[in-house]
Write a protein that binds this ligand. Structure first.
Ligand code: CU
Length: 357
């Protein structure tokens, strides 16, 4: 609250057009004012700390980067209310939630995941702005689910609120408006009591809105060609190769095996040209601080351009030499490999990101 003296000073310096604002400031309800006054800042000492965990050793860069397949709408109709096209992702059960095994460690037991028709991350939905969509999530898993499209102003029945669960044996059709400008959203489980567990075990995927304004910019394009989603997650494995569970964990699970599109530390062969990389932090606790180096100069970070964040394109590209991506955030970058023909580059993470840094 402003003191009487402060309020008088403010009023004197305001122009007449600001008087409404000044009046508004003095009409904050008492309950709200006391609630605001009662806000206690987080104590950094309370933040979850990085925990050293002991997953079995994994051979770096032993497998190629998988690219989640683009989802295919089964049919398209015109919404008679909005007159907009609706793409229906309901036919092929590509969004059927069910368990599958992933052989993460070649000589150990497979890990049991729960993803979408045997895949995690799930298929990437790519829709143009102004085209509506309906996605059928079928629950063939062994516990309830609820799907949240993170970043979408979805109507309440389709927003995946935690108690709006779909039980095993049921399905739900989610309707999405897609009226925002081009941007990177993501879908993930949000079921009450199970969100972290379900997301960590595989229920997450990318959702891209495109638009003609973005198309005009000449950015590296072609999904899976020069426009590459990089869905990051961090997991922990038991000594037998099975996935360590988040269940019972009440502070954080940092994980020590970094996955990109579901594959630990993959390699990716690129052409000497510009690429658009779309980063999503789908980890349940770990933040990332990413940077590029060459294999021969690992202490020299190579500049690159950030072009978009959670809300789509920035006003202009921003050149950086590292990029922090907190849990659930999306950032898109353009990296130019044209000077690096025949060379090996590493995309690295500062292990301590989020742990006091
Ligand atoms: Cu979310």
């Amino acid at each position: 609250m402003l003191s009487k003296l402060a309020r008088a000073t403010v009023a004197l310096t305001l122009t007449s057009s600001c008087l409404v604002q000044a009046q508004f400031a003095t009409k904050v309800p008492a309950a709200e004012a006391s609630a605001v006054a009662g806000i206690v800042e987080d104590d950094p000492a309370d933040f979850p700390k990085f925990k050293k965990t002991g997953s079995p050793a994994y051979t770096l860069y032993s497998e190629a980067l998988p690219i989640p397949a683009p989802a295919t709408p089964k049919y398209k109709i015109i919404n008679p209310v909005t007159n907009k096209e609706i793409w229906y992702y309901v036919g092929a059960l590509e969004f059927e939630i069910k368990p599958f095994n992933q052989q993460v460690y070649p000589k150990l037991k497979p890990a049991r995941l729960v993803g979408y028709d045997g895949k995690s991350p799930g298929p990437t939905i790519i829709v143009p702005k102004g085209t509506e969509s309906v996605v059928r999530f079928v629950n063939s898993a062994d516990r309830e689910n609820s799907v949240h499209l993170h970043g979408s102003p979805s109507r309440a029945p389709f927003d995946g609120w935690a108690a709006d669960i779909t039980n095993p044996g049921e399905y739900k059709d989610y309707y999405y408006p897609n009226f925002q400008s081009a941007r990177f959203l993501w879908y993930h489980d949000h079921a009450l009591h199970w969100t972290a567990e379900n997301a960590y075990f595989g229920q997450a995927g990318a959702y891209l809105i495109t638009d003609t304004e973005e198309d005009k910019l000449g950015l590296p394009s072609g999904y899976g060609k020069q426009d590459i989603p990089l869905v990051l997650s961090s997991k922990q494995y038991n000594s037998d190769g099975t996935l360590f569970s988040t269940q019972g964990e009440d502070t954080s699970l940092w994980g020590d095996v970094i996955h990109v599109n579901g594959q630990p530390w993959p390699f990716y062969n690129v052409e000497p040209r510009k690429y658009r990389f779309r980063f999503l932090n789908a980890a349940v606790s770990r933040n990332f601080d990413l940077f590029f180096v060459t294999s021969t100069a690992t202490n020299t970070r190579i500049p690159f351009k950030v072009i978009a964040s959670d809300s789509g394109l920035l006003e202009g590209p921003v050149q950086v030499d590292d990029l922090k991506v907190a849990v659930a955030e999306r950032y898109e970058v353009v990296f130019d490999f044209s000077q690096y023909a025949g060379k090996t580059l590493f995309l690295r993470n500062d292990e301590q990101a989020g742990d006091g840094k």
